[in-house]
Design a binder for this molecule. Sequence first.
Ligand code: GLC
Ligand code: CA
Length: 576
Amino acid sequence: MSRVRRLSEFGRSAALLIVLISASHGEPKPAAATPRWDPNWWKGAVIYEVYPRSFADTNGDGIGDLNGITAHLDYLQQLGVDGIWITPFYPSPQVDFGYDITDYNAIDPQYGTMKDFERLVAEAGKRNIKVIADMVLNHTSDRHPWFVESRSSRTNPKANWYVWVDGKPGTPPDNWLSIFGHSAWQWDSARQQYYYHAFYIQQPDLNWRNRPVRDAMYDMIRGWMKRGVAGFRLDAVPQLFEDPKLQNEEYLPGYTAYGDRRTTRAHTDNLPEVHEVYRELRQVVDAVPGTVLIGETYLPNVAELAQAYGAKNDELQLPMDTQYGMHSSLSAELFRARLRDAETGLKGNVPLFVFDNHDNRRSWNRFGDGKHDAAIARLIATLLLAPRDTALMYYGEELGMSNNDPKSVDQVKDPIGKTGWPKEIGRDGERSPMQWDAGANAGFSTARSTWLPVAPNYATVNVSTETKDSGSLLNYYRSLIRLRKQNAALREGNLRIVDENNKDVLSFVRAARGITVLVAMNFSASPQTLSYPAAQIGISGRRLTVLAESFGSDGTPASLDKLVLPAFGAFIGELR
Ligand code: GLC
Ligand code: CA
């Protein structure tokens, strides 16, 4: 939860493809090009985040790799995912486990080779799964050749590629804080200047006011499009620009987990200039229609989120909606309000809902009450997969994987956990190895030890065991994803919230092509009996045919006159 708080504080044809990409350089587009994929494939899609270090290890070194992802594509296809977002696999000193890049056009040898990547894209394509690459635009590693050159003097060709400011050692230019703790300014003795880093010291921020930096990044993106990537998850984009006037932030009450006085982030986060870059990025990816931009947009409200789509819908197609699922209050009223925000506040655009990722405690731990955890996990699955949204999942969420937190500071791998212990314990807990089966290392690796320890619950919480159990969370996810594709109302229907004043149960109706579906979710620990007046639902039928239930039903037929939901139960039924 501290991480939730921390983050929310800031905020097929190769030949054809080449033609399309060169078109973006000013050459005329071919008249009637066959699209490479459905340009709208991402609307309503299920996108699955893979943290490659932790997904599957095929060479026995205890660290996951690209071939491990390829080996499990059948699993992802059976789950029903449309796309996978793979967190950074580029060469990196791994200070921030890949988010500190030294070469944007290659694969880190610990994850494999470019051939492995090409095979992964090809095999995914056969299963109709798109591959989305993580793009770290805000910063590089301090060992990237650009930074090595930039720091070497004040006059070299890359001198202006990073954010350099004069100052005196010991007196940073202002009070700006790194998101990862302490001053955001680092003194460099060669240049006798400070450089800015929104994250770790080893992650100097690029200077996005410098045109050659942008052009270099856009060319690199074109390169990955040529390699068949269907989209990009844009890391830390609210941090792209800083106020050139270097004005101090205001102090807020209290201290951060790192012991710094809390401040506003008005001069470093979500400056209006980011929109110019979003539009440029969109133009770059529009060379291949349907190449999608997912934004790591931790934004404080729906109004700011709406802006990330662009005034003319010419910016990001899928900025992450962190208001909906990135918190820890299991309240029908709160989810109803956030759902309404997304329905009414995003100009009809598709929201990207997400509960779990590699930076936040797993939803199992955030929302679980220790007693109804399994039921609550099904409720979360329903909140993610039943609305009108694109759904972003995180590996293991479908199994009910929970955080496996370090017990003492010497076990911590994530540097923020070392700086912030014990208030900020780092992100290792949500990055534990994927649980494939009940065998050694949960089937993740044959190594003697794995880079992070496997969570003790792997004996029962794993793919193999849950596949065989028709009542498992995994099979609940599979059935909801299948339903979302097969049922017209859930696939393309609008969404209308009903029974609006119920403080325990969130209900909505979705309808399309003459099919009407009711979704009802009980957020309380006691059973709830519901009845819906006909006027609210808008159709005459009263009978509910069960499409999905998160609980073992006793077989009593459900209707709009009487629907009984057990504690934290979720129900999806079609009206007849
Ligand atoms: C994003 C990533 C996070 C990383 C940070 C710095 O927030 O999701 O894992 O540490 O950017 O690159
Ligand atoms: Ca490996």
